[in-house]
Design a protein around this ligand. Structure first.
Ligand code: FPP
Length: 256
């Protein structure tokens, strides 16, 4: 076996991401492996999320953004969709006080126009009761899609009567749903699939991507630290050339 790189803890190197985005995939498979309904996997997935928020805050991460329900998830079987909606209501009543007490600010991003009044009220309560918290911001993307986000930003810019020559990247960024947060430094997807699936398309342009086979309900400190260690080893250049970039060994040119 080739020598493995020394694992660098993010806290040792000081290279902790400010913003981590996670696609929490694998809940359904986790449940099926246990002969349980898929919604049970989502329920245990919420428990994993509550633990991971705490772990991220402990490690100095300022923003955690998670994909809880995509614009495309409406196509799932109706019992799973209604199960997920019900789960959110239960989760808010069960964990809101704990998260609020732990200094977590909760923000919900996505199209709220089609969710129930009850769910909208629960979101509002979660946001208002944690608005003063500063330890970590948890952004829950619900009925969200990266393409929806770009479209809603464009619509608002056009509605404001903005002349085309004033439209640039900074203006568009300031109209995105998560404009209050820096772009994600680290994008994690659990569950073994290797794709972004329409999560924060605009904001992940320079994010470091990390994929793991771990199913979301099993994701804990060990997996989080492995992702942070991988991130700490990455050389982020944002399209530039830096002196610290590794020099590739090139075979010497044979002189004639
Ligand atoms: C993907 O797993 C997961 C989801 C579509 C939902 C994730 C939602 C939660 C963890 C609950 C969020 C709730 C709150 C209150 C934030 P999958 O079902 O696609 O799994 P599979 O790939 O194994 O089928």
């Amino acid at each position: 076996m080739p020598p493995q790189p020394h694992p660098v803890r993010a806290s040792e190197s000081g290279n902790v991401p400010r913003h981590v985005a996670i696609v929490m995939d694998g809940n359904g498979r986790w449940a099926r492996k246990r002969f349980m309904p898929r919604v049970y996997g989502h329920k245990v997935g919420v428990e994993a999320l509550v633990r991971v928020v705490q772990s991220c805050a402990d490690r100095g991460i300022e923003h955690l953004s998670v994909f809880a329900f995509s614009s495309e998830n409406w196509k799932r079987p109706s019992d799973e969709v209604s199960g997920l909606m019900g789960l959110v209501l239960v989760a808010v009543s069960k964990y809101l006080a704990k998260l609020a007490g732990d200094g977590v600010r909760i923000r919900i991003v996505g199209d709220r126009s089609v969710v129930s009044d009850k769910l909208r009220a629960a979101w509002r309560e979660a946001e208002e009761s944690t608005a003063h918290n500063t330890r970590i911001t948890l952004s829950v993307a619900f009925n969200y899609g990266g393409r929806w986000d770009v479209v809603q930003a464009c619509r608002r810019i056009v509605e404001a009567g903005t002349p085309p020559e004033r439209i640039d990247e900074a203006l568009l960024a300031s109209h995105m749903a998560m404009s209050y947060a820096p772009d994600p430094d680290l994008f994690i997807r659990t569950g073994g699939e290797v794709r972004i699936s329409n999560f924060m398309l605009w904001q992940t342009a320079y994010s470091e991507l990390y994929f793991t086979h771990c199913l979301w309900p099993d994701f804990g400190d060990t997996e989080l630290d492995a992702a942070l260690a991988a991130y700490a080893r990455r050389d982020r250049r944002f399209g530039e050339v830096r002196d610290s970039a590794p020099v590739l060994a090139v075979a010497p040119h044979a002189e004639g």
